[in-house]
Design a protein around this ligand. Structure first.
Ligand SMILES: N[C@@H](CCC(=O)N[C@@H](CS)C(=O)NCC(=O)O)C(=O)O
Length: 375
C-alpha cells in the first residue's frame, strides 16, 4: 500500500491562508490553552483556576476572551465569585500605583489621604469624659471598660456615635480628636487643663482610662510584673487583630476572588494566635498568670477587654462559616474564658454603647447616663 502523501495528512490548503494562520496562532491556540488550564484546575483548586486562567489569557483582549471561553468555564468562574473578566485577566500592577473608584460603602469612603473632608464639630455632653465611637470590636473596648468603671466607681460619661459607614470620621471635629480618622476616640475635660486631653487608638484609650480613673488598680495591676504582663497582652492584641479582622483573614475569606495563598497565610496566623491564647488560658505555658480564669489570672483586666472583643466574640461564633473553617471550636480554654467574660453585666451593657444596627433592643446610639440602659 503506498504511503499517504503529505497532502493527505496535513491540511496544507488551510495553512496556505495567512489569515487562518494568524487566527490560529493569536486566537484559537491561546483560547484553547486558557480553557484547558481552567478546566484542569477548576475541579480541585478554585483559587489556582484564576491564576492559571489569568496566565494563559493575559495576552487576549478582554472581549475576545469572555466570548470565546465556554459557557461552563464562565459559569465556574462566577461560582467562585469573580463575575467579571478582570478576575480572569489578573492584575498587572502599573509602575506607579494610581487611585481608582471602588465599589461599596468602604470603597467610597477609604482614600489614600488623611484629613478632614467636611467642616463639622463633635457634640459635647455634661460629663468630663466624651467618647466618640461605634460598636465595632475596637469601639466596644471603650464602651465595655467605661461600663466596668461605672460598676466599680460610678464614673459617668457621654458616648456619641461616629457613623463610620456615613463618613463621620472625616469631619473636622472628629479629626481634631483623632487625626487617624478611626474610632474609638476620647476627650477628657480635666480641671488641670484648659484644653481637653485627646486620646485615640483603642489600646491607648484603655490604658489612659486605667491610669487615670482606676484608682484601686484592679483593671491594670499594681505589681510591676503583672502590669507589664497586662500591657504586653494589650499590645499583643492591637498588633495581632488585623490578621483576624479588617486587614486580614476576613477580607481574604470574604473576597470576591479567593486567593489560596492569601487565605492560607492569614488562616495559619489566626490559628496560631488562637493557640497562643488557648495555651496561656489553659495554663500550658507554666507562667504564674496563665491558667485563667482571666488573662492575668484571678483578676479581670483591660487585657481581657481588648482580646475579648476580637478573639472572644469569634470563639463564641465558632459555628459561623469562617469559625468552622478556622476550627474555632477546638480551643476549649478560649471558649470557656470567652463565655465567662460575656456573662459580665458591664460587658453586656458596653456592647450596646453606640450601637445603631441589629436587634433594636440591643441598640443604644447615645449614652449619657447609666439610666439610659433601662429605657
Ligand atoms: N488601631 C486602631 C484601629 C481602629 C479601627 O480600625 N477602627 C475602625 C472601626 S473597628 C474604623 O474606625 N474604621 C473607619 C475607617 O476605616 O474609615 C484601634 O485599635 O483603635
Amino acid at each position: 500500500k503506498p504511503l499517504p502523501t503529505a497532502t493527505h495528512r496535513y491540511p496544507y490548503h488551510l495553512c496556505l491562508s495567512p489569515i487562518t494562520m494568524l487566527t490560529f496562532t493569536f486566537l484559537l491556540l491561546p483560547v484553547a490553552r486558557a480553557r484547558a488550564s481552567i478546566r484542569a484546575t477548576a475541579s480541585h483548586r478554585p483559587a489556582a483556576m484564576f491564576t492559571a486562567g489569568a496566565a494563559a489569557c493575559r495576552r487576549l483582549p478582554r472581549k475576545t476572551l469572555v466570548t470565546a471561553l465556554s459557557r461552563s468555564s464562565r459559569r465556574r468562574m462566577r461560582a467562585f465569585g469573580s463575575g467579571s473578566a478582570s478576575a480572569v485577566e489578573g492584575y498587572v500592577p502599573p509602575k506607579v500605583w494610581e487611585n481608582k473608584e471602588r465599589p461599596g460603602v468602604w470603597g467610597k469612603l477609604n482614600q489614600p489621604y488623611a484629613g478632614a473632608r467636611e467642616e463639622r464639630g463633635v457634640p459635647r455632653g455634661e460629663h468630663a469624659l466624651q467618647l466618640y465611637s461605634f460598636a465595632t470590636p475596637n469601639g466596644m473596648k471603650a464602651g465595655i471598660f467605661l461600663e466596668e468603671l461605672y460598676d466599680r466607681y460610678k464614673t459617668e460619661y457621654d458616648a456619641w456615635p461616629i457613623k463610620i459607614s456615613e463618613g463621620d470620621q472625616f469631619t473636622s471635629g472628629f479629626v481634631e480628636v483623632n487625626p487617624n480618622s478611626k474610632i474609638p476616640a476620647l476627650l477628657h475635660y480635666t480641671e488641670e487643663n484648659e484644653e481637653p486631653v485627646r486620646v485615640f487608638e483603642s489600646g491607648s484609650v484603655l490604658l489612659y482610662l486605667a491610669d487615670t480613673l482606676d484608682t484601686d488598680q484592679v483593671f491594670i495591676l499594681k505589681d510591676p510584673k503583672l502590669r507589664a504582663e497586662c500591657i504586653s497582652w494589650l499590645f499583643w492584641q492591637v498588633g495581632a487583630a488585623p490578621y483576624l479582622g479588617g486587614g486580614g483573614f476576613k477580607n481574604f475569606f470574604n473576597a470576591e476572588v479567593k486567593i489560596e495563598s492569601a487565605i492560607d497565610k492569614y488562616a495559619l496566623e489566626v490559628k496560631r494566635q488562637f493557640d497562643v491564647l488557648d495555651r496561656h488560658l489553659g495554663g500550658k505555658d507554666g507562667d504564674a498568670t496563665g491558667g485563667g480564669p482571666y488573662i492575668l489570672g484571678e483578676q479581670f483586666t483591660i487585657a481581657d477587654i481588648a482580646i475579648w472583643t476580637w478573639y472572644g466574640l469569634r470563639a463564641l461564633d465558632a459555628k459561623s462559616a469562617d469559625g468552622e473553617f478556622l476550627g474555632l471550636a477546638s480551643y476549649p480554654s478560649v471558649t470557656a474564658w470567652a463565655q465567662r467574660v460575656a456573662d459580665r453585666p458591664a460587658v453586656q451593657r458596653g456592647q450596646r454603647v453606640n450601637k445603631v444596627w441589629g436587634n433594636e433592643a440591643q441598640q443604644l446610639p447615645e449614652r449619657h447616663s447609666a439610666a439610659d440602659f433601662e429605657s
